[in-house]
Design a binder for this molecule. Structure first.
Ligand code: HEC
Length: 279
């Protein structure tokens, strides 16, 4: 490197150091708001009533745009989940006339048949192109794993596995804040087809505010406020991404308990074996 290149590199570096943070702060992503979900911590469990409400919000609001392809109808009836009965889900499929693709009929036309418990929840759009065309060129992501994909977004820089052990992975907090956090841009700026959301990376998202409160009717007496709906749907999507969370925590606790007892036993064995040896 000759002197001129060195000087250029140095000044470029200095500029990057000064301007970098300034540019970044313009689009600084807000940390999601902390929330004490029932499934957090080593003893955490899903609140079944909340999962049921969250499913309702998902189906009646989010499902007009988002798919949930890794969840099958029967999963909604399995232990560790919302705990619907099989009959309830069969009735639900019938009442909502949910159908899935069934190849072609004898005239060569695309055919459908009523969904079964073993079917995955069908995509609300026929193709990605259709999804794009209806959403200002942005494809609404599948929500099956979104809570895992956005893990840690609530945590500030000092996030650690210990914090996560007690406060969950942060993905549910992100979804909760994101769906309820739309607001006017601070400087009154507007962008066509985009909406301002301080929790979204880059702040401008193609998703319109999906909830405003009173979007669904809850049958368990809970009030469908914006906050309640956002919390319920975030809990439901956490279950969708981690349907075995309760079982996993149970097995983990038993394992820790076993290892504790085993360690004590090994200590007793060590003492017995070395009892006669002078040291
Ligand atoms: C009118 C269609 C529409 C509805 C209704 C809708 N969304 Fe979205 N959603 C989108 C689009 C489009 C995107 C992609 C946004 C982008 O990339 O700018 C998106 C993105 C998302 C994301 C990902 C954000 C990220 O960090 O990348 C989440 C989470 C989400 N939606 C959750 C929900 C939930 C929960 C509901 C129901 C309460 C819902 N959406 C309802 C269209 C919709």
């Amino acid at each position: 490197m000759n002197t001129v290149t060195k000087m250029l590199t140095a000044s470029g570096l200095a500029l990057a150091l000064i301007a970098g943070p300034a540019l970044a702060s313009e689009h600084k992503q807000e940390n999601a708001e902390d929330y004490a979900f029932s499934f957090e911590g080593p003893f955490g469990k899903y609140d079944k009533a909340q999962l049921k409400r969250g499913w309702k919000v998902f189906y009646e609001v989010c499902y007009s745009c988002h798919s949930l392809k890794y969840i099958r109808f029967r999963n909604l009836t399995e232990p560790g989940g919302p705990g619907f009965s099989k009959d309830e889900i069969k009735k639900f499929i019938k009442e909502n006339e949910i159908v899935v693709d069934a190849g072609y009929n004898e005239d060569g036309e695309p055919a459908t048949r009523p969904a079964r418990l073993s079917d995955a929840i069908p995509n609300p759009y026929k193709s990605e192109a259709q999804a794009k065309a209806s959403n200002n060129n942005a494809v609404p992501p599948d929500l099956s794993l979104i809570v895992k994909a956005r893990e840690g977004w609530y945590y500030p820089w000092y996030s650690s596995p210990i914090i996560k052990l007690f406060k969950g992975n942060g993905g549910a907090e992100y979804v909760r804040s994101f769906v309820s956090g739309f607001e006017d841009a601070p400087d009154g700026e507007e962008k066509e087809g985009l909406n301002y959301n301080p929790y979204f990376k880059g702040h401008w998202t193609a998703m319109p505010p999906p909830l405003s409160g009173d979007d669904v009717e809850y049958s368990d007496g809970a009030k469908p406020t914006l906050e309640q709906e956002a919390t319920d749907v975030a809990a439901f999507l956490t279950w969708a991404s981690q349907p075995k969370l309760e079982e996993r925590k149970r097995v983990g606790l038993m394992t820790m308990l076993f290892l504790g007892v085993f360690a004590l036993m090994m200590y007793a064995v060590k003492r017995a074996l070395w009892a006669g040896v002078k040291h």
